[in-house]
Design a protein around this ligand. Structure first.
Ligand code: SAM
Length: 233
């Protein structure tokens, strides 16, 4: 089904996937992209649950918000890649002796296999009262609110765009309610997505707002991340 092809001169290691009866062309393309994606291979080699882990890793390497002792909320955490990156960085397991111990709460619509050091809750964050539920679990302030929430693609660009914006807005309003002064909000958006009201609002509430496409984010996707730092309180 999948084979390694070799070209003339330098060996071509691209894995080619033949279309199979019963498999749609889009699935074949997806499979071929997965098999050839260096981040997918790296995630498997390094034990991460998905290539998404590298997005938060790269964002944190640049902006340094996952510090020992940080209190973090991770919205849309399944299957748990961001949790796996955050747990050691915030020292949630207390492995960095002499450093403050952090805490991370993960929320998702889907069930998530346990990640040692993370508290995980299954919840639709768009349900009425969901933000109050998260605040109750948190029981105080947070230093970082992360959102990688994304609804399954509808295949209609504008619909997907509006859905992701409403998820991002809901995450931002939780951030405004729970962040401690100086806190950070990181959320996935689609290109152009935060250029409206939300972007304006974030600029009022935070001292620095950056729109970033980390290298791990696929070049052919319109996804990018907003990193808002220095919550004014
Ligand atoms: C791209 S995945 C997140 C990947 C994750 N950051 C990781 O590293 O494993 C997006 C997630 O958002 C979740 N999601 C979408 N809408 C949601 C909602 N209303 N409430 C909670 N989670 C939601 C989906 O179930 C999905 O697991």
């Amino acid at each position: 089904m999948a084979k390694k092809s070799s070209g003339r001169g330098q060996r071509d290691l691209t894995v080619k996937v033949k279309t199979a009866r019963g498999r749609k062309l889009s699935s074949t393309r997806w499979l071929q992209r997965q098999l050839n994606d260096p981040y997918v291979k790296r995630a498997q080699a390094e034990g991460y649950r998905g290539r998404a882990a590298f997005k938060i890793l790269e964002l944190d390497d640049k902006y340094r918000f996952l510090t020992p002792g940080a209190r973090v909320v991770d919205l849309g955490c399944a299957p748990g890649g961001w949790l796996q990156v955050a747990v050691p960085r915030i020292n949630a397991l207390g492995e960095k002796k002499g450093k403050a111990i952090g805490r991370i709460i993960g929320i998702d619509l889907q069930e998530v296999d346990p990640v040692p050091g993370a508290e995980i809750h299954q919840l639709d964050f768009m349900d009425e009262g969901a933000d109050d539920q998260v605040k109750a679990w948190l029981g105080g302030e947070a230093d970082v609110v992360l959102s990688d929430m994304a609804a399954a693609s509808s295949g209609h660009k504008q619909t997907d765009h509006l859905r992701i914006i409403s998820l991002c807005e809901a995450a931002a309003y939780l951030a405004f309610d729970v962040l401690a002064e100086g806190g950070t909000f990181v959320a996935k958006v689609l290109a152009g997505g935060t250029e409206g009201e939300l972007q304006k609002l974030l600029k009022q509430k935070f001292t620095k707002v950056a729109n970033v496409k980390p290298p791990a984010s696929r070049a052919d996707s319109s996804e990018k991340f907003v990193v808002a730092m220095g919550f004014r309180g």
